[in-house]
Design a protein around this ligand. Structure first.
Ligand SMILES: [Fe+2]
Ligand SMILES: [Fe+2]
Length: 253
């Protein structure tokens, strides 16, 4: 994994970010604003968190890659920036920020249960599903401030997915084809479950914005397919290093 590249990316991405024009009045009807505020507040909660658990797990999993730990800290900071943007938008629609929701509690419980790789995997799945949500919001909601915020978040999320794909590509390149197939299968099961939960939770806001179930799942599936292709390319591009210490020692004897 090219940790230096990602650290540079996150450092430069902090600079000169545009700020949506929060003071522009919304052209959307009151009822739709209420639905959006409710839906966005759930995403806002999902973007909060200090990432202490994630970073502690990374330090245990890859103790030598200090640059990766730092890149991961900046990744968490970028998610916190998304939480700030979403909070502003929820407030603009007259909604309130929430502290707890069952989807958030379930997600946090599951992602912490099975170690670092599993946690990163669930973060990627949330980003793939979130990308479908923000893309539909951007396309369907006729509100320039929503569009501006979605562009900011979509740009970041595309790079977050690449960042995690870089890490997973290196990991998957060490798996046997059969293990790789099993990993891909369980990933897709989790992805489908997460997409169903997201649709259930956000269907009212998405439907009222003009998006339907078919469109949401088609978009989310496309994201998942692209991610899996990207992983395959990265895993296949990894150099095939057969010169382990033991084989060198064997040849010398
Ligand atoms: Fe995010
Ligand atoms: Fe993200």
């Amino acid at each position: 994994m090219n940790s230096h590249h990602w650290l540079n990316y996150y450092q430069s991405n902090k600079e000169s970010r545009l700020e949506p024009k929060w003071n522009l009045p919304s052209p959307l009807p009151r009822g739709l604003q209420d639905l959006l505020a409710h839906s966005l507040s759930h995403f806002q909660l999902g973007e909060t968190g200090e990432g202490k658990f994630l970073i502690a797990q990374a330090q245990a999993e890859v103790p030598d890659d200090l640059i990766y730990h730092e890149a991961l800290r900046l990744f968490v900071a970028e998610e916190q920036e998304h939480a700030r943007l979403l909070e502003r938008l929820v407030q603009r629609f007259g909604g309130t920020i929430i502290q707890n929701h069952w989807t958030h509690s379930l997600f946090r419980l599951v992602r912490r249960a099975l170690g670092f790789k599993f946690e990163i995997q669930l973060l990627v799945i949330a980003e793939l599903v979130g990308t479908a949500y923000y893309r539909l919001m951007h396309a369907r909601t006729r509100d320039p401030v929503v569009e501006e915020m979605c562009v900011l978040i979509l740009n970041d999320e595309a790079r977050h997915v690449e960042f995690h794909a870089d890490w997973f590509g290196a990991y998957l390149s060490r798996l046997l084809p059969m293990e790789m197939a099993l990993w891909r299968t369980q990933f897709q099961f989790l992805f489908i479950a997460a997409a169903c939960v997201a649709w259930f939770d956000h269907r009212a806001a998405l439907s009222a914005s003009g998006a339907d179930r078919t469109e949401f799942f088609a978009d989310a599936r496309r994201e998942c397919i692209c991610f899996l292709r990207q992983l395959e390319l990265q895993a296949n591009a990894a150099p095939c290093d057969r010169s382990s210490r033991s084989s060198v020692a064997c040849r010398r004897r």
